[in-house]
Ligand binder design. Structure first.
Ligand SMILES: [Zn+2]
Length: 265
């Protein structure tokens, strides 16, 4: 689950490729889907014909009609739901300098950024890329490893594992690592803890300071014994958001180049 963004190429719009037999029914939906079919009523009444045209359009022509697969000049993975919500929160906190991002970042799949705003979008993204300031983050690390398991910003909490049968929520936030059950009760919290595997789908979490523990059928990692620590770290904002800014810059440039909008998917 997450977000991607695409910009259509102009091969069909500019007549650079042969017109298919259904060319008259192809329209451009600037608010949602991009290249799509707009069939007249007399064809809509003929179910067989509709199915034939739709199959030829969606499964063959759009996919292979030009050198750009799917007729996407770019089609980029932007981020998962928590990555997007973290970025959206950052942009909201600086909405005076990032007004276009603030208005147009998606909250649901679908929708577009009009092409005439792509230049503003690119300027705002470049501004983030060039920032030299840092922000404080909360990170969860396995002791002895450089990479972190997950991270979150101060004053937010991130759900990073959701288990089923039974349901538990693994969070990282100001209070550290914590687990909530399906009734929203806090069943474990810690800033420094062990996770031990006792058997198949059997783990025990132990807070090192208090010795309090919790048995769970799911672990953060699948290892016999691991030690975890929650720390605060300063990270460069530009680096922190590289994962999302880089693909967004690509789609903004494609939108400027083609004059076509950015579609959120
Ligand atoms: Zn193309």
């Amino acid at each position: 689950m997450g977000y991607n963004a695409f910009v259509h190429c102009r091969c069909f719009q500019d007549g650079k490729i042969p017109r298919p037999y259904f060319a008259d029914y192809i329209c451009y939906d600037y608010d949602e889907d991009g290249l799509t079919l707009c069939l007249p009523n007399d064809i809509k009444n003929n179910k067989d014909k509709v199915i034939k045209i739709e199959n030829d359009f969606y499964y063959d022509w759009l996919e292979n009609g030009c050198e750009h697969r799917g007729m996407y000049l770019v089609n980029e993975w932007i981020g998962n739901i928590s990555a997007m919500s973290e970025f959206r929160q950052f942009v909201a906190n600086h909405s005076n300098i990032y007004p276009t991002l603030h208005q147009y970042l998606p909250t649901v799949n679908g929708g577009t950024v009009p092409a005439h705003l792509a230049k503003n979008l690119l300027q705002e993204l470049t501004h983030i890329q060039n920032r030299k300031d840092t922000s404080e983050k909360i990170v969860l690390k396995e002791v002895g490893k450089d990479d972190y398991i997950t991270h979150t910003h101060i004053n937010t909490q991130t759900l990073f594992i959701l288990t089923s049968k039974p349901t538990y929520y693994f969070y990282l936030g100001n209070r550290g690592f914590f687990i909530g059950d399906s009734q929203d009760y806090l069943v474990f919290e810690s800033l420094h803890f062990y996770q031990e595997k006792l058997g198949n789908n059997q783990f025990i979490f132990t807070d090192i300071k208090t010795g309090k523990n919790f048995h769970c059928h799911y672990g953060i990692v699948d290892k016999s014994k691991s030690e975890f620590i929650v720390n605060k770290e300063q990270v460069l904002i530009s680096e922190d958001f590289t994962y999302i800014v880089t693909p967004l810059i690509k789609v903004a440039k494609a939108s400027i180049e083609t004059g076509n909008p950015i579609h959120w998917g």
